[in-house]
Design a protein around this ligand. Structure first.
Ligand SMILES: NC(=O)c1ccc[n+]([C@@H]2O[C@H](COP(=O)([O-])OP(=O)(O)OC[C@H]3O[C@@H](n4cnc5c(N)ncnc54)[C@H](O)[C@@H]3O)[C@@H](O)[C@H]2O)c1
Ligand SMILES: [Zn+2]
Length: 278
């Protein structure tokens, strides 16, 4: 896109930030791409990240399914264990810090299960992880409505895509699974996400009548949870929706057709120029 058009959009983006009383950051898998994480856009995208899944003929929706924890837990944990190890060693890119330093009350709402916002220093009480978190475990049954922190080290034979060890439920000894909402999932333990949602409702109530700007980053259309949320709050609360996405930025108030990191670095530059941040 022409430099001139980008500068204009970044200018509008900065105007909206300056006018805000509060900022809601909403994010999908695209937020992690500049940290080196894969998104799962389309079946081809998923298979690029997991060539072995292509060999097995399994799409994301099929592999991210509680069924495998019963049928073949070593396969299920190869997938989730690999992601766990990957998310643990990943450092959030600088865009997270830029967001963190915006001088406004902030809340994060994400469908990512990677824990990168916490790692970047966002307040855990101001985050909703609507699809759960890979850093927590629950029983596959579940034998009780409880979750616990995932401190397991999972070793994986990547050639055969098998986990070499399996985490167990600390109450009943069955195989444990990540506290992540999967496809066709009736067993997801919701205690943590429900607590987070209460925090979010409280925050929204405090922001009643104030100007909220939503910065949506890297949210796709396949599982449109994040996009829908922004569109709903825009309608219901008159929030402004900034949509950062290099491929599908349309549908909000200001479409920014860039990757997360470069869009946020442009914003930072503009806000520094205006003296909004140092
Ligand atoms: N890191 C994670 O936790 C993770 C990773 C993959 C998938 N998931 C799960 O899979 C589902 C996938 O839905 P989704 O919409 O989050 O992901 P998605 O893969 O369907 O879409 C990703 C979006 O990010 C955009 N994108 C690509 N590169 C980008 C960049 N550099 N900067 C900004 N945007 C970029 C793409 O154009 C696309 O619209 C969700 O349920 C999510 O929970 C989570
Ligand atoms: Zn159990």
């Amino acid at each position: 896109m022409a430099q001139e058009k980008i500068s204009k959009l970044i200018g509008l983006f900065a105007d909206k930030i300056e006018e805000s009383d509060a900022i809601l950051i909403t994010a999908g898998a695209g937020m992690g791409v500049d940290s080196g994480l894969p998104d799962f856009r389309g079946v081809e995208g998923f298979w690029r990240a997991y060539p072995i899944a292509k060999k097995l003929g399994l799409r994301f929706e099929e592999l991210a399914n509680p069924y495998w924890f019963e049928k073949d837990p070593h396969l299920a944990w190869a997938f989730y264990g690999h992601r766990l190890n990957l998310y643990r060693k990943t450092q959030p890119h600088r865009g997270f810090k830029i967001l963190l330093n915006l001088p406004y009350p902030k809340f994060v709402f994400t469908s990512n299960v990677d824990g990168q916002f916490q790692k970047a220093g966002f307040h855990p009480g101001k985050i909703v992880e609507i699809h759960g978190s890979i850093h927590y475990l629950q029983c596959t049954l579940p034998c009780r409505e409880e979750i616990w922190e995932n401190r397991e080290e999972i070793e994986i034979d990547m050639e055969n895509f098998r986990a070499l060890n399996l985490p167990k439920c600390k109450f009943c000894g069955r195989v444990a699974r990540p506290n992540i909402l999967m496809f066709g999932d009736w067993n997801f333990v919701e205690v943590r996400v429900n607590r987070q949602l209460l925090n979010f409702e409280k925050w929204l109530a405090e922001m009643e009548g104030k100007k909220i700007t939503i910065i949506e980053i890297g949210a796709g259309k396949a599982v449109p949870t994040i996009r829908r949320l922004g569109e709903k709050l825009r309608r219901q609360m008159g929030a402004t929706l900034i949509r950062i996405n290099p491929r599908e930025p349309e549908g909000g108030d200001i479409p920014i057709p860039l990757g997360a990191l470069s869009a946020l670095e442009f914003l930072e530059m503009e806000l520094k120029k205006r003296g909004v941040i140092e």
